[in-house]
Every structure is written in structure tokens, then in C-alpha cells.
Design a protein around this ligand. Sequence first.
Ligand code: NI
Length: 179
Amino acid sequence: MTDIREIAQLGAPVLRQKALPVEYPASPETQSIIAAMFATLASTQGVGLAAPQISEPWRIIIIASRPTPRYPYAPLMEPTVMINPVFQALSNDMVKDWEGCLSVPGLRALVPRYKSITIEYQDQLGRTCSDQLVDFPARVFQHEHDHLEGRVYLDSVENNHDIFAESEYFKQFAGTTTA
Ligand code: NI
């Protein structure tokens, strides 16, 4: 696993563009982008990654919820590649919790997200898959899906007072929150 890419940082135009649909999920080109995403994500403490974050403007995300020093209370789930992912809220229930982003280093913020969602995507063989996600994995999905729309989590913050320096976040909240 040597294809570790640089992670696009806030201000990079690729993070503000709408990503393009993947026409051939099983193609070698798509597989090599996915391999680079896995290698890059594994080199970080992140729990998800979207293709635009490695400057690939395609609708591909990885959800990899796992406990890390960055997210000590993240539930462990099998890392999942989702191609052309879409979602619908299962109810109007929104939950606010802390998020960070590898493309926005040094900050954390409280972001409202739908608590439970149904999702549909294609896997690496091009098969259509669907699932329901609740709480933290649902949050990670919505965060990564935002990247495909050219949005970052700071765009969804309701009040600037909900934005913290990461060092202050860890000082005040580490050990007490779920994200
Ligand atoms: Ni992000």
C-alpha cells in the first residue's frame, strides 16, 4: 500500500466542486482511486474519506468508523466503499455532535445531522446496495456525502460559537462525547 496521496486542504477548488458520477464502478481506473483512498485513509486517524479529498472529483466515499485517538468512541464497523451514494432521512430528527475533517485541520465543530438515514450505493462490483445507518455511522456518511456536493462540515455549523480549536475541544470534551 504505497499510494498515499496528499489530502486536499480547505481552499482547494476540488473541495468546492460537485463530484461526478462514476459510470463504471468495477473499472480498473475506479479500483485504483479506491486503493489510493484506502491507503491514504489508513495513514490517518480519520473515520471516513471522500474521493475529492485526494483530488479525485468522483462520487466515491469510504466509511470506516473505528475507535482512533481522534475519535476514541467511534463504533467499529467494516470499512465500506460506497460509489454514487445517496441517502434519505428516515425522520426529521436531527442530532448535534462534534465533527472534524482531515481537510480542515485543527478544528472541531458541532454539526446537526439526521439521526437515522437509509442509503443506497454501488459497491466495487457495481452491485446496488442499500442499508440503514443510525447515529455515528449516519453522521460520517452525511459528512462524506457533503464532500461530494462541494460542501464541508463548517458550512452546516449553526453558530460560530460551535467552532472550537481542536486543542480546546480535547481539553474540554475528550472522554465525554461520542464523536
Ligand atoms: Ni471531511
